[in-house]
Design a protein. Structure first.
Length: 253
């Protein structure tokens, strides 16, 4: 899409020529359309839990909830409020990345420490699933932006737990070989059908919307991961077989 800007050239009050400027506005229009779509999606995602919270509170207020059901209904309100908190956090992170805030400071970071730290934070959510860390190589200390790296590792491990079987396994492998450096997060979960594999990194894209919602997903995690990976100067790929599991691999070099 091009925008034409025409300016007449005047000499002694007469038009003697014109300056034509063609500006390619395709990218700008695409950005604006994506932004509009994002805002519409966010509004919709915010409204759903808010409507539930308001509905549950109303039936409680009106005395329609039997005393023995109060705990269950309060639990539903709590879950929906948690969804809102996660969603608002994700949306804030996305707008931070959108603004192109790149002045994150770099420091010496040990990838193994980051993985172990995320494992500890996710231990409770993992419940009966096992999280195993494998190391192939010697040192994993490098200059990077720690907060972004943590976010990438955490989101991938969180998904590997969420989309896993009840007693499934998560294997995080850190590797350094043949000049390649990186890590992979493998699960024994539901897998991602091939036709969806390209799209899962899009904002709000979910393979199974109801399942993702049930487990507290916002559909924003992988888009944050993708953005984060590019900020870190790395690459991400996915390898998945339906009903067997998925492996997400992040590499540098
Ligand atoms: P969500 O908050 O829904 O988990 P994400 O952006 O993190 O959103 O992921 C997008 C979708 O990709 C998920 O809804 C799910 O359908 C799919 N997905 C992500 N990670 C995995 C995984 N490890 N195994 C299977 N499906 C996955």
């Amino acid at each position: 899409v091009r925008q034409l800007i025409a300016n007449p050239v005047l000499e002694d009050g007469k038009v003697t020529g014109a300056v034509l400027l063609l500006v390619d506005v395709t990218e700008k229009m695409q950005r604006e359309s994506l932004r509009r779509e994002f805002t519409a999606n966010v509004s919709h995602e915010l409204r759903t839990p808010l409507t539930s919270i308001s509905g549950f509170a109303e039936i409680m207020q009106d005395g329609y909830v039997k005393p023995e059901d109060v705990k269950r209904v309060a639990g539903k309100i709590y879950d929906e409020a948690q969804r809102l908190i996660t969603l608002v956090g994700d949306v804030m992170e996305i707008s931070r990345l959108d603004e192109g805030i790149t002045e994150y400071k770099k420091e010496r970071v040990d990838l193994l420490d980051v993985v172990e730290d995320c494992k500890e934070r996710l231990q409770e959510a993992a419940d009966r699933k096992e999280i195993q860390v494998e190391v192939i190589g010697q040192s994993f200390v490098f200059e990077t932006t720690k907060t972004i790296l943590e976010e990438v590792v955490y989101n991938l491990m969180d998904n590997a737990i969420k989309y896993n079987k009840e007693q499934g396994k998560v294997t995080v492998r850190i590797f350094q070989k043949d000049g390649e450096f990186g890590f992979s997060v493998k699960d024994t979960g539901i897998g991602i059908p091939l036709i969806h594999q390209d799209r899962i990194f899009e904002r709000f894209y979910r393979v199974d919307k109801s399942r993702s919602k049930e487990i507290g997903g916002t559909g924003l995690g992988l888009s944050i991961v993708k953005h984060g990976v590019s900020c870190l100067g790395a690459k991400i790929s996915v390898d998945s077989i339906q009903d067997e599991g998925s492996t997400f691999t992040v590499t540098w070099g």
